[in-house]
Design a protein around this ligand. Structure first.
Ligand code: P1T
Length: 380
């Protein structure tokens, strides 16, 4: 079945009681039991099971080619739940550039519980191999990375990790399953901040984890229920609604992203472009092989905080805001916004300089987005 057919039908079966074609929002905290010890249809309590959330989980799992899905209250909650697959004394290898919140969770919280992290540039698989330790149980990658768009070879990293008996987790938020399906390259667990492309409309925060391994799925289900950071029924429904148009939206994000990147690459005020769709990107060939397109995320360096401020304050259509992946084009400053919790020297080494600007190319008319950037860059 094609991607959009799956997106529209997986998990979206007509409601068993009414035939409603849109999955109902089961806004309930509990379920009346048929008799003592006999829950109705297996439903007991809504932290444990909710039909709207289950539909959302089936839908996104199908889009990634996974059997199991677990939806959480945010992308961070999904990442936290996934990390509960390792325990004190275990070692995790992580892409040195990830969303700042991921770095913060790993270094400031999980490290306090005896989990050991090594941050390496996973775009070179040799670095992953070199970082392996006897106790390495997980390799955690983001590709392309937020915000400098470094690409990791998923197949190569999966092969290295599996030889060692470690799981590979991929944060696929920037690509969405339409543009990249990490499980096809041997990755074990895929997660998303559904806040971004899956929801796609800047109106819900959420996260999801999908996988095929039954044992790990059982544990994640246990964690989801025990910790309780579940995705609410309405937010689950918004994700279900969002994925129905995911293919169409991603096609347009990708198309405009290419045009915006081409414009920026030629612009005299842009000193460096970070975009895997560009021929000048070191891993353009790998990105072409592993991704179906390049998406709507583009970062560029304008040389200084002062220049960045002019662009960030100068746009009229692109909205100055954190987040990404929605219909509106957004512009942000990673060093002070999404990656403020990364140490300044680490930020500079990664390319997250004071002059770095990140844009999420939305679904407005391409020429309007480019004209807006052109006039904002003209203020430098
Ligand atoms: O915000 P939340 O839904 O909790 O998702 C966290 C998260 C996880 N992974 C990636 C790759 C992300 O980009 C994010 C959130 N990112 C932003 C808010 C941002 O503006 O980059």
């Amino acid at each position: 079945m094609g991607f959009s057919t799956t997106a529209i039908h997986a998990g979206n079966e007509p409601d068993a009681t009414t035939g409603a074609v849109s999955v109902p929002i089961y806004q309930t905290s509990t379920y009346a039991q048929e008799a003592f010890g006999k829950p109705t249809g297996g439903y007991e309590y809504a932290r444990t099971q909710n039909p709207t959330r289950a539909a959302c989980e089936r839908n996104v799992a199908a889009l990634e080619g996974a059997q199991y899905g677990f939806a959480f209250a945010s992308g961070m909650a999904a990442i936290d739940a996934t990390l509960r697959l390792v325990k004190a004394g275990d070692h995790v290898i992580v892409s040195d550039n990830t969303y700042g919140g991921t770095y913060r969770l790993f270094t400031r919280i999980l490290a306090n519980y005896g989990i050991e992290f090594s941050f390496v540039d996973t775009s070179d698989p040799a670095n992953v191999e070199a970082a392996l330790k006897e106790n390495t149980r997980m390799v955690y990658v983001e590709t392309p990375t937020n915000p400098v768009m470094t690409v990791t070879d998923l197949r190569a990293v999966a092969d290295i990790a599996h030889k060692h008996g470690a799981r590979v987790v991929c944060d696929n938020t920037f690509m969405s399953p339409y543009l990249q399906r990490p499980l096809e390259f041997g990755v074990d667990i895929v997660l998303h901040s559904t806040t971004k492309y899956l929801n796609g409309h800047s109106d819900g925060v959420g996260g999801i984890v999908v996988l095929n391994n039954e044992q790990d799925a059982e544990w994640l289900k246990f964690v989801q229920n025990s910790v309780g950071a579940i995705l609410a029924p309405f937010d689950s429904w918004l994700v279900l609604r969002g994925t129905k148009t995911l293919a169409l939206r991603m096609e347009q994000h990708d198309k405009s992203g290419r045009a915006v990147a081409a414009f920026l690459e030629e612009h005299p005020k842009v000193q460096k472009l970070y975009y895997p769709g560009s021929l000048s990107h070191k891993q353009h060939e790998l990105a072409k092989r592993q991704q179906r397109g390049f998406g709507g995320m583009v970062s560029f360096d304008v040389g200084s905080l002062e220049n960045a401020r002019k662009v960030l304050e100068g746009t009229k259509i692109l909205t100055l805001a954190e987040s990404l992946g929605a219909v509106e084009s957004l512009i942000s400053h990673p060093a002070t916004m999404t990656h403020a919790s990364v140490l300044p020297e680490t930020r500079n080494r990664l390319g997250i300089t004071d002059g770095l600007v990140r844009i999420s190319v939305g679904l407005e008319d391409t020429e309007d987005i480019i004209a807006d950037l052109d006039q904002a860059l003209g203020k430098i």
